[in-house]
Design a protein around this ligand. Structure first.
Ligand code: ADP
Ligand code: MG
Length: 256
């Protein structure tokens, strides 16, 4: 078969198989292979490596886009020197992601600006790179979603906030939670308990959660399940947002 016909047929088959990256680099790869006397195996390997890398990049881009992350940051960008009292070893060891396979939760506690969201995001990004499904939400948005599910008479279990292998619930404690909302959150926590990991960030110590959730019985049940298999990281330090702006005992920051 003439070379051009062969190329045409190859391109058609690549299109049918949706190997778009191979399609794009085929001619150039073949040309280089002829010039440099690459073996057929080397050519096949180069083409498939290209396709796999391209598909993986696309998966990452899409996953990160729909994950709800407020920004993308990594552990490398976290300055431990700024938080000298933070247990660096405990934080770093989370990044081997073994807590995910053990279905453990991570609770990041501390005042505003100390890097709770940063670390939660960095863990989610790492998990996404490792091929896990991730979902990020604030507590306020999660409660809204749970209410919508309940109003529609659905369990919501097929949705990302239930089924992702890692869900981050950011900012527990900024908004008070009503009685009905309390039960919805309990059901969310109980559904994921021992099945998948959840990261919680909060500006409130656990003793203050009772006040936040109104219902002391439910709050005990929530904490019981959240903490049973968990890593708790307390960040007792100054706000990174206010670095260089106020002295050590400057005014406390509002908001998150
Ligand atoms: P929190 O969630 O505890 O209120 P954030 O994680 O949102 O705080 O941190 C506020 C900002 O400061 C973010 O831009 C974050 O990336 C940055 N930040 C916080 N702590 C550090 C740190 N130790 N090193 C580098 N950047 C930090
Ligand atoms: Mg935050």
């Amino acid at each position: 078969m003439p070379e051009q016909l062969l190329l045409d047929r190859l391109q058609q088959n690549l299109a049918r198989l949706r190997l778009s990256r191979v399609q794009a680099v085929l001619e150039e790869t073949v040309k280089v292979a002829q010039e440099q006397a690459h073996s057929p195996l080397q050519v096949l390997d180069a083409l498939l490596e290209e396709e796999v890398a391209c598909k993986e990049q696309r998966r990452l881009d899409t996953s990160l886009k729909i994950s709800g992350l407020p920004f993308v940051k990594t552990l490398d960008e976290f300055d431990f020197a700024f938080q000298p009292h933070l247990d660096r070893r405990a934080v770093q060891s989370l990044f081997d992601l073994s807590f995910l396979s053990r279905h453990e939760n991570v609770l990041l506690l501390g005042p505003p600006g100390v890097g709770k969201t940063h670390l939660a995001v960095a863990l989610a990004v790492k998990a996404c790179y490792a091929g896990q499904t991730i979902f990020f939400t604030t507590m306020a948005d999660l409660i809204e979603k749970l209410k919508q599910d309940a109003a529609a008479g659905k369990s919501g279990r097929g949705r990302s906030h239930y089924k992702s292998s890692l869900v981050v619930v950011d900012e527990v404690g900024y908004t008070p939670i009503g009685r009905e909302e309390c039960h919805l959150f309990y059901r969310f926590v109980a559904t994921r308990y021992e099945k998948a990991s959840t990261i919680i960030t909060s500006n409130k110590a656990f003793v203050d959660w009772a006040e936040l959730f109104h219902d002391p019985v439910i709050v005990t049940a929530i904490l019981d399940r959240l903490l049973h298999h968990s890593v708790v990281i307390n960040i007792k330090g100054h706000s990174y947002r206010l670095r260089g702006k106020v002295g050590g005992s400057g005014p406390s920051e509002r908001g998150s």
